[in-house]
Write a protein that binds this ligand. Sequence first.
Ligand code: SF4
Length: 641
Amino acid sequence: MASRYKGYAGKILDINLTSGVIGEYSFSDKDRERFLGGRFISTKILWDELVPGIDPLSPDNILVIMTSPLTGTGAPCSSRYDISAKSPLTGAIGHSNSGGNFGIFLKRTGWDGIVIRGKAETPVYIDIQEDDVQIKSADHLWGLNTKETREKLGKGSTLVIGPGGENLVKYAVVVCNERVHGRTGMGAVMGSKNIKGIVANGKKRIEIERPDKFRAGVKKWVKMLQNHPATGDLAPRLGTAQFVNILSRKNALPTRNFSRGTFEGAYNISGERLAKDYLVKNFGCPSCPIKCGRVVELDGKEIKGPEFEILCLMGSNLEIDDMDAIIRWNYELDLLGIDSITTGNTLGFASELNEKGMWDNGIEFGNKEAVSDAIQKIAYRKGIGDDLAEGVRFLSEKYGGKEFAAHSKGLEIAGYEPRAAVGHALGYATANRGACHLDGGYMIYFEVNGPMTLVPQHYRSKPSWTILDQNLLAAISAGGNCLFTAWTFVPNVAYKLPGMKIVSWIVSRILTYTWFLITLMLKIPKVLMKINLPVLPHSKFIKLATGMKMDFGLFMHAGERGYTLERLFNLREGIGKDKDTLCRRFTDEPLVPGKAKTKVPLNKMLPKYYKIRGWDKNGVPKAKTLKRLGLDFVDLSRLNL
Ligand code: SF4
């Protein structure tokens, strides 16, 4: 069923691996208007198609690969697309966004996305050559690492899994070129369906509604990104690793399984060190002028360099400051196809269990050999690897230590100390896919590591700021841009503030104590927000690409709608208020001994968060909220409450 909107290819593939039937999934333009693309369209499909309570690794789960209206249009950083399913790691909504070239290639085949059901009897790969779609044997590929698989699959763009996905490691990833769909175990869902890879190859044009205006706008947007300190200087020069030093200085760098926020060896694993001693060049996803990716040299070879998350979670969090070792692990984890954030977290937790005598596993803080050994064991589920492959929540239930298990809803916490930034902590606790910094709203950028910071422990101001960020980032992602394009929201002049201490202090207080204006903004009806913000031009570009009615109000409204549907998906699975939590290390133990303020006052923030979102005291969206968001097809009485 073609779409009347340009930007979209207008068709979604529907593949049943059990029966071998290949067809088209029917999706309406009304739903395109409501859910835009990527993770939101996927959530709508999963909401419509999945039976609650299914085993995520059974043939009953559905894997959705979905592009967005801007994917492949040439807008800045618009190669993004999502993979979604019920997560085997969390049991909640699972989704993972990435910027390899697969989304662009898929759209050029004439398909916006793929819905994959059932399970193949033997290993297969799916070959999409425009309308010629075939399920082919992958017997010769099973057992290969991700690089070998990509090389053997050949022409077109490929999405592949490694041994981690084949062995159903709960946090297995899906790899495309140098980019990885890391979180929530989408690689394990692929493995459970016996899919080793997917190839997309096509030459169809992606139509644009207003091509001249679109192209002229792209030039201006690229210029804005290049002239902005965050996207034109810091990210290309230092990559995401820029955050290591600053977070350590501000007591916000997870160290020794989140027991401290400062690491003595921070410089050795920092972006500055990487740039000085290892960097060969930076690289970017297609159509990205920012280019935050790193190519580094090690052992005489040029390979992909590490990003912030692995430097923190397999560096400071394990008390390891050996850059060579982390670069090797980064490369190895991609080959094996397992997520670096969850791996680092799991090994940190296992080290503490071992140290406390709760599980004799041989893993210790600072012990590099044990880490190298554990990575292999996880990917192949050998020995202790079988337990480690289940993640932190599982280990805490089996061996104890729930009070220092750094996860929410079963997803391990990213590389930012929650007690150092309570808005970020609220984001971790409420994020639909679990403790994810991006899904959670990435508040730490406004509380600690950005140039313009809110008072980090001022909890009253945070619910509204966190909701604003969650809705905005989710909308940007569903539209098809990289979230780093949101950095231009912070004016250039703010980057001069840290050197002007008094001005910086005053701006920080003004932003913090005027939080009620943010609450008010969240309540403004969309008809009063008929604007396009020059610093956040995403909504304007969706309109120019598709011809769809779109402005900033509708865009933010779509962000809130999609976010709420994800919440409803979780509620239907029985995941509600009692899972909006963090472990006691964060809520009861101060980060700075003796300073009570450096704990996360989650119980004080959550009621306000629910209220502003229009949810009841149990975190369930009210009927009038569903009506306002156009989600009144949801029957609240059928949720698993
Ligand atoms: S900013 Fe980085 S992650 Fe985002 S599109 Fe560019 S290269 Fe990819």
